[in-house]
Design a protein around this ligand. Structure first.
Ligand SMILES: Nc1ncnc2c1ncn2[C@@H]1O[C@H](COP(=O)(O)OP(=O)(O)O)[C@@H](O)[C@H]1O
Ligand SMILES: [Mg+2]
Length: 278
C-alpha cells in the first residue's frame, strides 16, 4: 500500500520499484542527498518545468544551480557567524565622496584580498568615525564569501579572551586558534581600556605572542585611532611594542585616513533636521 506523502497537489506520474509513486521516491532521494532547498521548492520547480519545458540539461542546471546557490549562502552565513563579525558592512555602502582623501583605487585593490594570499599585513590609522572599521569589516565579509578563514575582534576583546585563558588553563589553545586564521582583523587598537590584573602579562606581551606566531605566515589587518608611536603607552611596554610593530607594521600596507568623522556628520545632520535648539 502506498504511503501518504503530501503529494496531493501533483499527480503521480508513474510507478516504480515497490510500487512507490515516482514523486515520493524523488522526495526520498532529495532528502537522502541533503538537497533540502530542492525538496522545499519541489512543487514550484516542477511547475516551472511544466510551464517552460526546458531541455534535460537546462532543467538539471536550473534545479542544481538553485540548490548550489542556497548551500553557498548557508556556508557564508555560517562563516560570518563564527568569525566574530557582528555586522555586514560593505564597500557598496561606503560613501567615497565623504572621504576624498582616501585612495579609493587602493582600497578597491586591497578588497580583492591578494594581500592576504601574500601574507601581508594592513594597518589603517585615523581619527574616530573616519570609516576604518567599516573598511576592514567589508574586507572580512569578502573573506567569508571567498572561503578564506577569517576572524574579527576588537583589540580589547581579543586580549580579554586570551587573558581568560590564563585563568582556566586554555591560554595555549586560545593563542593557537587566534594564530590560525588566514586573515585576522584586530579592530580599534587604542580604543577602550586595556584591563590588566596583577597576575596578568601586559597587553604588549600577549599581543606580541600572537603577532610573532602569525608573522610572515598569515595576514593581520589592524585599525588604530592612535598613532603607532603611542602604542607603547597604550599596550603597557615600550620594548615589546617595538617588537610588535617591527613584525606587524614595518612592512605592512599603511593607510592613514585624514578626514572628517561620519559619526559627527550624522549627528550634525540630525541636529539640523531637528531645527534650531530651543
Ligand atoms: N564614508 C562612509 N560612508 C558610509 N558610512 C560610513 C563612512 N565612514 C564611516 N561610516 C559609518 O560610520 C560609522 C562609524 O565608522 P567606523 O568605520 O566605525 O569608524 P572608525 O572605525 O574609523 O572609528 C559606521 O557605522 C560606518 O559604517
Ligand atoms: Mg573603529
Amino acid at each position: 500500500m502506498a504511503k501518504r506523502n503530501g503529494t496531493a497537489r501533483i499527480k503521480p506520474q508513474g510507478r516504480g520499484p515497490g510500487d512507490e509513486p515516482v514523486l515520493a521516491r524523488l522526495r526520498r532521494h532529495l532528502e537522502f542527498l541533503g538537497l533540502t532547498q530542492t525538496l522545499a521548492e519541489l512543487d514550484a520547480q516542477l511547475a516551472w518545468a511544466t510551464r517552460e519545458r526546458p531541455g534535460a540539461t537546462a532543467l538539471l542546471e536550473h534545479i542544481l544551480g538553485a540548490e548550489a546557490a542556497h548551500k553557498l549562502e548557508q556556508r557564508i552565513t555560517r562563516r560570518i557567524d563564527t568569525s566574530g563579525l557582528a555586522e555586514r558592512k560593505t564597500l557598496e555602502a561606503f560613501d567615497w565622496a565623504f572621504q576624498p582623501g582616501l585612495d579609493k583605487a587602493l582600497v578597491l585593490e586591497l578588497a580583492r584580498l591578494d594581500f592576504v594570499h601574500r601574507h601581508e599585513n594592513l594597518v589603517i590609522t585615523g581619527a574616530n568615525g573616519t570609516g576604518k572599521s567599516h573598511l576592514l569589516k567589508a574586507f572580512g565579509l569578502r573573506a567569508c564569501e571567498q572561503g578564506i578563514p577569517m576572524r574579527y575582534a576588537r583589540c580589547v576583546d581579543l586580549l580579554d579572551d586570551l587573558h581568560a585563558g590564563l585563568a582556566d588553563g586554555t591560554y595555549a589553545r586560545r593563542l593557537k586558534s587566534w594564530a590560525r586564521p588566514e586573515l585576522l582583523i584586530i579592530d580599534d587598537v587604542g580604543l577602550g581600556q586595556v584591563k590588566k590584573r596583577a597576575d596578568e602579562p601586559t597587553a604588549a606581551h600577549t599581543l606580541y605572542n600572537l603577532i610573532d606566531r602569525r608573522h610572515d605566515r598569515v595576514s593581520t589587518a589592524v585599525t588604530s585611532n592612535i598613532a603607532l608611536s603611542d602604542w607603547g603607552r597604550y599596550l603597557g611596554d615600550a620594548t615589546l611594542t617595538a617588537a610588535i610593530l617591527d613584525r606587524l607594521a614595518m612592512h605592512a600596507i599603511r593607510i592613514d585616513i585624514d578626514g572628517p568623522s561620519w559619526r559627527q556628520h550624522v549627528a550634525k545632520t540630525r541636529a539640523i533636521d531637528r531645527g534650531p535648539a530651543a
